[in-house]
Design a protein around this ligand. Structure first.
Ligand SMILES: Nc1ncnc2c1ncn2[C@@H]1O[C@H](COP(=O)(O)OP(=O)(O)O[C@H]2O[C@H](CO)[C@@H](O)[C@H](O)[C@H]2O)[C@@H](O)[C@H]1O
Length: 491
């Protein structure tokens, strides 16, 4: 099968979070299973060019229809750790992708509407006719709309779309200018409830809703989150739309790319280990302490790695930091916040805790350091308010780092409480789970984990090893996606 992935991120060249990991990891797995995969991405000024090999001109004069005129673009091609990627660079005053950031601009809707249009125009002009176009999140929600309303009539009548939602919170609400810009000209036609009109704001179109309605298959990133999005407020107002389209909507649990996330071969950690020589993990712990200037004492390290925003339960992250210290543990945080109030808050905490030898807060994005933290910590905290899948707990498993999580979304499908899980026998349990959002809930789970570490270190190690035994690679999810692609091919 010939599959083209269109997305706003692909790790490690463009990564702000889990979307990038998934786009890369799934593409690699699909190729391993014998399919042809190409990726189309924006050419951001701030991406990690050091992860691209052989970048060259692939299509020089691409003219993308825009507001009745056309924007001149260049398309570059290069390899990102073996994947063929096409990067679209528009030459226009809007400077869509030369902003020094991936997201967070006031015209993000226009930037990614343009990218969606440009990606399809590139496929059309370069005579690429994939069997399946797989696109992701609100940024590419317009792809199936444009395909079925415009490009189908220009020769792309045989392409099918799979649309994956990684985060229902950000849906891409826009005004009619997006329609005008992209050539979706009959405003009244798109501003209808069964098309792009937002379910709550009648004056806005909703790009994610368009993605759901127009795609042949829609997925989200874990089975439990699929249920939550359909039946609870976690669908952020799209539950009814999902209900109407339930026949094509499923949850596929993400995987982890073990080529990249693997303590046996990780290039960013100073020692390599597996279940067979688990004691070597101690060296990673020492390296982490020495890099972050933590004191070397017999204490567990609890880590948090992730975006710092409401989704991730920042109030519990903050509380857990002090609770861990009070329980005789060390705490390491690696995170970045886009919301100014949260950013200020954590900078304040960082300054306050600066001289504490048991705590380190690293504010910013640092891929290399994240690997050392996964390897060097004993526990990884994921106290999310909601979590469509969650990759950090799965990476934690691979590195023998025990997750302490809130039982929501994909965390329910992957973490099984050591003491209370009803469905797994003790030898299959792999972490700690709490459910409420108050301080007592997170404390109770941390308490059990930290006490076990101190009082029964062998049992704690056994729990970590049981996590390492799980296979959360892309192998199975890759097969699930191929089945979905096959099911839509001839529809
Ligand atoms: N400051 C930092 N420095 C270095 N690395 C950092 C970092 N902050 C985060 N990361 C890394 O980014 C990834 C984040 O994974 P998450 O599962 O938390 O995804 P996120 O919530 O962004 O995305 C959404 O998409 C993913 C993928 O579908 C879902 O798992 C998730 O539930 C959903 O919210 C991990 O690889 C983590 O190590």
């Amino acid at each position: 099968m010939y599959i083209v992935q269109i997305a706003s991120e692909c790790a490690p060249v463009i990564k702000s979070g889990g979307l990038g990991d998934v786009v890369y990891g799934l593409s690699r797995e699909l190729e391993n299973q014998g399919h042809t995969v190409e990726l189309i991405l924006p050419k951001y000024d701030c991406m990690r060019y050091d992860h691209i090999w052989g970048l060259h001109d692939a299509y020089r004069d691409l003219f993308v229809p825009w507001y009745g005129g056309a924007v001149h673009c260049s398309v570059y091609c290069g390899w990102v750790h073996g994947r063929v990627c096409f990067f679209i660079e528009p030459h226009c005053e809007d400077n869509f992708f030369n902003r020094g950031c991936y997201y967070g601009c006031s015209d993000d809707n226009m930037r990614f509407a343009f990218f969606s249009k440009a990606a399809l125009e590139f496929l059309l002009r370069s005579n690429k006719r994939p069997d399946v176009i797989h696109c992701h999140d609100w940024q590419t929600g317009l792809i199936p709309v444009l395909l079925y309303e415009i490009y189908k009539y220009n020769g792309m009548w045989n392409q099918r779309v799979c649309y994956t939602i990684h985060n229902f919170k950000h849906q891409g609400l826009a005004g009619s200018e997006v329609l005008k810009g992209t050539g979706l000209n009959q405003e009244a036609y798109y501003f209808q409830h069964d098309r792009l009109q937002d379910n709550f704001n009648p004056f806005a179109i909703n790009l994610m809703k368009g993605g759901i309605i127009y795609s042949n298959a829609v997925t989200t990133v874990s089975p439990h989150h699929a249920w939550e999005a359909h039946y609870t407020e976690v669908g952020s107002g799209l539950g009814h739309t999902l209900h109407l389209h339930q026949d094509k909507f499923t949850g596929v649990l993400n995987g982890i790319d073990y080529g990249f996330w693997n303590p046996e071969s990780d290039r960013y950690i100073p020692c390599h280990y597996s279940i067979d020589n688990f004691e070597e993990k101690q060296k990673a712990k020492q390296a982490l302490r020495s890099q972050l200037l933590l004191r070397d004492e017999n204490k567990p390290i609890v880590a948090y790695i992730g975006r710092l925003d409401q989704q991730k339960g920042v109030h519990l992250v903050h509380h857990a930091m002090y609770y861990a210290l009070s329980k005789g543990a060390q705490f390491v945080l690696l995170g970045s916040a886009t919301e100014p109030a949260i950013n200020d808050h954590f900078w304040h905490e960082k300054n306050f805790l600066n001289d504490n030898p048991d705590c380190h807060l690293e504010l910013g994005f640092n891929e290399e350091l994240s690997h050392l933290i996964y390897a060097g910590s004993d526990m990884i905290l994921v106290p999310s308010n909601y979590e469509p899948c969650g990759l950090t707990q799965m990476i934690g498993f691979k590195y023998g780092t025990v997750p302490i999580v809130r039982g929501v979304g994909g965390l329910v499908n992957t973490v099984f409480d050591r003491d209370y899980d009803q469905n797994k026998p003790p030898e299959k349990r792999n972490g700690y789970v709490f459910y409420e959002t108050d301080f007592e809930a997170v404390e109770s789970a941390m308490n059990r984990a930290i006490d076990l570490w101190y009082e029964s270190p062998k049992e704690f190690e056994q729990l970590a090893i049981q996590g390492m035994e799980y296979d959360y690679s892309w192998n199975y999810p890759g097969k699930n996606y191929v089945e979905i692609y096959e099911s839509i091919l001839h529809k």
